[in-house]
Design a protein. Structure first.
Length: 388
């Protein structure tokens, strides 16, 4: 396993170092890279993570099962990085619990928090975040799913797509157009239980790294107005504040994949005999390893800068976008280099670097594609310049 001198960086406190060590030891003994039937494997992983106490970090508020009063972003990132080194599906199971319930932690009423958060923290309920639509992914303002008020209820109609945990979640945080203002300002957020009449799983979506994804359909789906998170028209703010936490954690997951790929590349390079010497003795291999190691550290610095700044109470839209863009793009390159160093073995199904190769591709798209992160960074940078 990679040396862990990065844990000495001033971004971390002793509690973070202890957390990483404890989780790494636990994951070594309890998490496998290879899983059985997908849905069952995800439920089992969530149950394991909950029983061991790791999901408590996904939830804010000790009264609701959380480890801390507020979500500690550095802890979330260390947990995702560490789990990703061991298993992409374990990281997915953990990350979706946080993303799916994060909006409730940030904007839920006391009653909503008491109803949902303890079950998320214990692993007894699977959460999901339903923002994207067939015609509206990164362009949230183009959302078509609607929610109209009818007495004491909101009636939801429309579709959501690419929803992680879709089909196995116990509840969804759903964003819909309520029309208080044009574009993104006219959206609201709702908690919708999976067994609510009018909600159906329209399609299960299979992707290159097997994760549970689905398209949801809402047809005259009635939820009580008490299911709304916050106030009408607050939906865009709810979504963006949630993503500010968990977009940084996507960078951490990519970092975990990168570290594992570098470990695998070093293992191969230092043991593979070729032309009467080790593969690591060739300068061309050394150049590749140097690039990989540098990319890992750049990603780590940006990721934990964003996490640290958020934990200090700062807005991190720009920093989170930089971290997410850099860590995911770099991880793609690092993993590709690891496959190349492994040669033919690296493209054999279920080899560690082959699994990483399939895992990383989606991270450059979900929770805001790289191109969207570039727009966010540019706009934030221009605004800062104009305001200076």
């Amino acid at each position: 396993m990679s040396e862990k001198s990065y844990l000495e960086w001033p971004f971390f406190e002793d509690r973070h170092r202890k957390l990483e060590a404890e989780l790494d030891s636990w994951a070594t003994n309890n998490i496998s890279e290879h899983h059985g039937e997908l849905d069952s494997a995800c439920r089992e992983l969530v149950a394991k993570l909950g029983a061991a106490g790791w999901l408590r970090y996904c939830v804010g508020g000790t009264a609701y099962g959380g480890e801390h009063e507020t979500i500690d972003t550095r802890s979330i990132c260390l947990l995702r990085e560490t789990l990703a080194r061991h298993s992409g599906l374990a990281d997915f199971a953990f990350g979706m619990q946080g993303l799916g319930s994060g909006a409730i932690t940030l904007h839920g009423s006391d009653a909503q928090k008491r109803e949902y958060l303890p079950r998320v923290a214990s692993g007894q309920a699977l959460a999901a975040f339903a923002l994207s639509e067939p015609g509206s992914g990164s362009d949230v303002a183009a959302m078509a799913c609607s929610a109209r008020l009818d007495g004491e209820y909101y009636v939801l109609d429309g579709e959501k797509s690419w929803i992680s945990n879709g089909g196995i979640a116990d509840f969804y945080v759903v964003f819909a157009r309520t029309g208080e203002a044009p574009g993104a300002r006219g959206l609201s957020a709702f908690i919708v239980d999976a067994d609510t009449p009018g909600l159906e799983i329209a399609e299960r979506i299979e992707v290159i790294a097997p994760h549970p994804l689905a398209r949801l359909r809402f047809t005259n789906c009635r939820v009580h107005k008490s299911a709304m998170l916050g106030t009408p028209g607050l939906g865009f703010k709810v979504a963006m504040q949630t993503l500010d936490i968990f977009r940084t954690s996507v960078a951490a997951a990519a970092l975990g994949f990168s570290r594992r790929a570098l470990d695998e590349a070093l293992r191969r390079a230092t043991t593979r005999e070729m032309f009467q010497q080790k593969l690591a003795d060739f300068q061309i291999t050394q150049v590749k390893l140097a690039q990989m190691a540098t990319s890992v550290d750049i990603s780590a610095l940006l990721t934990y800068r964003a996490a640290w700044r958020r934990d200090q109470g700062h807005k991190v839209t720009r920093e989170a976008a930089m971290a997410k863009m850099t860590a995911t793009e770099s991880a793609q390159q690092v993993i590709d280099s690891a496959v190349q160093i492994w040669g033919g073995c690296g493209v054999v199904s279920n080899h560690p670097v082959e699994l990483l190769y399939r895992e990383i591709r989606a991270l450059r798209i979900y929770e805001g594609a790289t191109e969207v992160q570039q727009l966010i960074i540019a706009r934030q940078t221009l605004t800062a310049y104009e305001d200076s």
